[in-house]
Design a protein around this ligand. Structure first.
Ligand code: KIV
Length: 275
């Protein structure tokens, strides 16, 4: 893997790259990261897009929902991730209430995310109601990713994390929202926890890429929360999640061994100390 500085890379993934990937029929890979070390591992492995999700609220901060996350929290996590990345596109979630009140406030939040954290793009949840805000941010030169379906910042409105848009009316609204967002200038849309046939329809009707999480195989790309797919989080097992490792067990075993070695006086040994 190249050790070139981020600014020197010519193969960096941009928002334009992901749009072209859709046109070429190349699936887009996206995972979450919230810190420098994890971001570096994902980037070196060749991930296309890193999302600094407000799921940091759950997996990093231990909250039940994403609602408590602040702009300051997200700027901190995003700046850590950006320092670990040389190739991937880094997208940062704007947290709850940092963009819903006025379009002006949304633009200030998005601008801070770009200037203070170094994000390459921002993600906002919602459809038609935020389309004017999206346009204002895009017009200022900041790329925006949309997010439809299960939008976790609205959990207190939904009351549940169940699959969205199973009924005809909500499905039609979601399609309209996707088209509104595309018209407002988003370069891509996350579709979370919706029926696969609906995701297929949305994907076919848009010229920008869709990235699915629990939205089936027909999206232009897929995203998972890295802590979930690495098996760090053993109590979360929705149907859509594929676990690629059992790091919870591996880490726990390693820590048990370390404790045992310290207790026995087996660590450090002769080679592990300075004479
Ligand atoms: O916050 C997040 O991690 C997300 C993904 C689940 C898409 O928004």
């Amino acid at each position: 893997m190249s050790t070139k500085k981020r600014s020197d890379r010519t193969d960096k993934v941009t928002t334009q790259t992901v749009v072209e990937m859709k046109q070429k029929g190349e699936n887009i890979s996206m995972l979450t990261a919230y810190d420098y070390t994890m971001a570096g591992i994902l980037d070196e492995a060749g991930i296309d897009v890193i999302l600094v999700g407000d799921s940091a609220s759950n997996v990093m901060a231990g909250f039940d929902t994403t609602v408590p996350m602040t702009l300051e929290h997200m700027i901190y996590h995003t700046s850590c991730v950006v320092r670990g990345v040389s190739r991937a596109l880094v997208i940062a979630d704007l947290p709850f209430m940092s963009y819903q009140v006025t379009a002006k406030e949304a633009l200030i939040s998005a601008g801070r995310m770009m200037k203070e954290a170094g994000a390459h793009a921002v993600k906002l949840e919602g459809g038609k109601v935020i389309s004017k805000t999206v346009k204002k941010i895009v017009d200022a030169g900041i790329p925006v990713m949309g997010h439809l379906g299960l939008t976790p910042q609205s959990i207190y409105k939904f009351g549940t994390y169940k699959v969205r848009a199973k009924e005809e009316e909500e499905a039609e609204q979601l399609l309209l929202d996707a088209k509104k967002l595309e018209k407002a200038g988003v370069f891509s849309i996350v579709l979370e926890k919706i029926p696969s046939p609906l995701a297929k329809r949305v994907t076919a009707e848009l010229s920008i890429p869709t990235i699915g999480i629990g939205a089936g195989a027909h999206c232009d790309g897929q995203v998972l929360v890295t802590h979930d797919m690495l098996g760090l989080n053993k109590d979360f097992s929705p149907r859509f999640l594929r676990r690629y490792a059992d790091l919870h067990t591996e880490m726990s075993d390693a820590v048990h061994q370390y404790i045992g070695d310290v207790k026995k006086g087996d660590f450090p040994n002769e080679q592990e100390q300075y004479n």
